[in-house]
Design a binder for this molecule. Sequence first.
Ligand code: AMP
Length: 280
Amino acid sequence: MKIIRTPREMQQAAQALRRAGKTIGFVPTMGFLHEGHLSLIRIARERADVLVASIFVNPTQFGPGEDLDAYPRDFERDERLCCEEGVDLLFYPTPETMYLEGHSTWVEEEALSGMLCGAARPVHFRGVCTVVTKLLNLVLPDFMVLGEKDAQQLRVLRRMVRNLNIPVDVVSGPTVREADGLAMSSRNKYLSPEERKEAICLFQGLGKAKEQFSAGERSADVLTASVRDVIEKTSGTIDYIEVVDDENLQRIKVLEKPALIALAVKFSGVRLIDNAVLGK
Ligand code: AMP
């Protein structure tokens, strides 16, 4: 496995691979890798001649007061895991080389980015769209693999790729969970032992909503209320629990076609998200 640290070197390597007719698969991450990330790397490994992963804690997707500085990092461990999983090129740039002085160009998706996580994190998806566009221009992949855990991010990036005619296939991988159901996340390590136990409430709440949906319940209010009941028994603070149209992320009252139930809950400073698709 080769580690590439500059955008220029990454792009040159990718151009050479494309000229040689290789299929490039790409998994973008912010590092501190867990089984969720590794599952995406394995999906990409199946289909790619050359597998590229990136580790970049992108400063522009964090708002003021968010956890940019505290975001967990362990490059040596990440490097070892990537190597074990058969990553060929590990792109590990610095913020200074990714955002040269005077950076003033942004990619903004306007239809799906303002709700759910975007409501509490107004610059988040602009940062995500900008960095992913830059990464795609550097890695030149045939396909990239994203996790369904970040449901809104997946939909925003699919839309961006379609709207901007970016020549990349977007492949998604299912959410990988701990044994008790908590969705794996780099941020889980900041939960206290007590909060870690309580944090399964996101998964339990979604499970209850899924059961009710299977039993015929179609009211979004009823479904969100029962998730709320589960969360409110814990010390978590609800940021949002919403039922939205699976495609356009608009809030819905009655579930008539595939819907996404998504939530964000904070434990002390740690913001956790999870989701389930209903009716697909
Ligand atoms: P992050 O490092 O959190 O930016 O995540 C990098 C990629 O891994 C994104 O596409 C995420 O959706 C995906 N991901 C994060 N957690 C999980 C998980 N538990 N299961 C599957 N994919 C995940």
